[in-house]
Design a binder for this molecule. Structure first.
Ligand code: BES
Ligand code: ZN
Length: 460
């Protein structure tokens, strides 16, 4: 039951929707860096104001042990179904800064795209939700169902305080369905709904050699080099022949995708050259043998090195054996892997690979659990109809390689089913310099969500 009034309201106001998003992108809400804590809070206040402007009746900050979340609600009639919208208002760090073509917090439109940190992940997509609410409020006076909105302030740094918030606020968050737009579609002409997210487990490794940097001529040849030791340890964690992870027990709890899921993945068109282009012009794909690129990203676990440091990397040369070397490792997890279990296993494998002559520490970090959602829940079918109306095509079912731990938390703690209706694109460069949001995808996203409220109201 596509409604023309909503499409019309959105079309007439799209320019302002963009201007407002540009304003929201000015606040550097980097949750990972404690130096930006006040900006994350200022950003939360900005989103609180925007929720009220959009038509939510009540909006407030919910405090956590970390950065504040924003909560808003519009209860039109307790007998109607209720949707809880989840998003996040924090963003990733922006380095390397000199690779941005325009400053990350002074968003700029170029060639139909809005460039800035948080443009699509996730400020732009939360703004889609707010503007869809506004469309209903202004075009019709109220939305067709009860809406609750929770916008987290530390998703990009692992949602470490979010589980406690859900536990505490279960009554407030009560809803029939969780609606998330922090995900993407396959391509502009290939709309899709995500039905799974990978989990995350992390380990930080530190290799300590001599108490201080040593002259590499005076001591070299007789002292173990921490960088060499670290490289040896890290290299041992994959089998170069098969691309598999060598950590003992790593695959023990992996649930393989069933035939139906593999068939759904196989329906998604895949162009290897296009993928290599989106991945920044890599010469070849990599990964675990025996699985397609799609399966490797959506349904198989990984172990990645996110950062490595040690020794001298300034101009010219400095002939030393460095005192220490470090690396950050994270694994993407699939059902039914457990983040704590995997972090422990990886740490143990690191320790076991430590060569003589250095001291190794491997510290497990907090992670998040993977989740797979339903493809046949009425809310998912409602989302498919809303998407089909806006994109003119039935959406495919996909999974995401990325992680949004709160989706699993809502499912596990509150039994809430989730629909993931994001409109990001694979080449949006999330977490990278020159993150962008296609303005066409932004506009279609607002309309999709606006229609979703109608569809959910009649489906639930
Ligand atoms: N929006 C992403 C997750 C995502 C990425 C969904 C790509 C769909 C496609 C989210 O903000 C994110 O980046 N999450 C982190 C979570 C982590 C810090 C626990 C991630 O995946 O690295
Ligand atoms: Zn995100």
């Amino acid at each position: 039951m596509p409604a023309a009034d909503l499409d019309q309201y959105c079309a007439q106001n799209q320019e302002r929707f963009v201007a407002e998003l540009i304003e929201a992108l000015r606040i550097p809400s980097i949750s990972a860096d404690p130096a930006y804590a006040a900006e994350v809070r200022r950003n939360a206040e900005h989103f609180r104001g925007a929720a009220l402007d959009a038509g939510f009746a009540e909006a407030q900050l919910l405090e956590t042990e970390g950065h504040p979340a924003v909560y808003a609600e519009c209860i039109v009639d307790p007998s109607l179904p209720t949707a809880l919208i989840y998003g996040h208002h924090d963003v990733q760090p922006v380095d390397p800064l000199d690779e941005w073509l325009s400053p990350p917090f002074e968003a700029e439109v170029r060639d139909g795209n809005l460039y800035g940190r948080g443009a699509v992940d996730d400020k732009g997509q939360v703004w889609m939700q707010l503007k869809a609410m506004e469309a209903h409020a202004r075009a019709r006076g109220k939305p067709p169902l009860n809406l609750k909105l929770i916008v987290e302030g530390e998703e990009e740094s692992g949602s470490v305080n979010f589980e406690a918030l859900i536990q505490r606020e279960q009554e407030r968050f009560k809803a029939d369905v969780l609606v998330v737009s922090d995900t993407g579609i396959v391509a502009p002409e290939l709309p899709s709904l995500s039905t799974g997210l990978r989990g995350l487990a992390g380990v930080e490794v530190r290799v300590q050699g001599p108490a201080m940097d040593l002259h590499s001529g005076v001591f070299g040849g007789a002292v173990a080099n921490p960088i060499g030791a670290l490289a040896e340890i890290l290299a041992s964690l994959h089998d170069p022949e098969t691309g598999r992870i060598t950590v003992p027990g790593f695959y023990d709890d992996v649930r393989e995708p069933n035939d139906e899921e593999r068939a759904l993945f196989a329906r998604v068109p895949f162009d290897e050259d296009e993928f290599k282009r989106e991945a920044g012009g890599i010469p070849a794909t990599a990964g675990e043998h025996g699985w397609s690129v799609m399966e490797r990203r959506w349904a198989r676990p990984t172990l990645e090195f996110n950062g490595i440091w040690g020794g001298y990397s300034g101009p010219g040369s400095k002939t030393i054996i460095p005192a220490s070397a470090s690396a950050k490792i994270t694994c993407r997890l699939v059902p039914d892997q457990d983040p704590d279990d995997i972090a422990r296993k990886v740490a143990a494998a690191v320790m076991a690979a430590a060569p003589e002559g250095v001291t190794v520490q491997a510290a497990p970090k907090a992670g998040g659990r993977p989740v797979v959602t339903s493809t046949d829940h009425p809310a998912v079918l409602a989302a498919a109809r809303a998407m089909a109306h806006v994109f003119g095509k039935e959406p495919l079912f996909t999974r995401e390689g990325g992680s949004i731990p709160p989706v699993e938390m809502f499912s596990r703690i509150m039994g809430m089913p989730a629909v993931m209706v994001g409109t990001g694109l694979p080449d949006d460069r999330i977490h990278s310099p020159n993150e962008k949001f296609s303005l066409d995808m932004y506009a279609k996203g607002v309309r999709t969500i606006a229609h979703l409220w109608d569809e959910l109201a009649s489906a639930l």
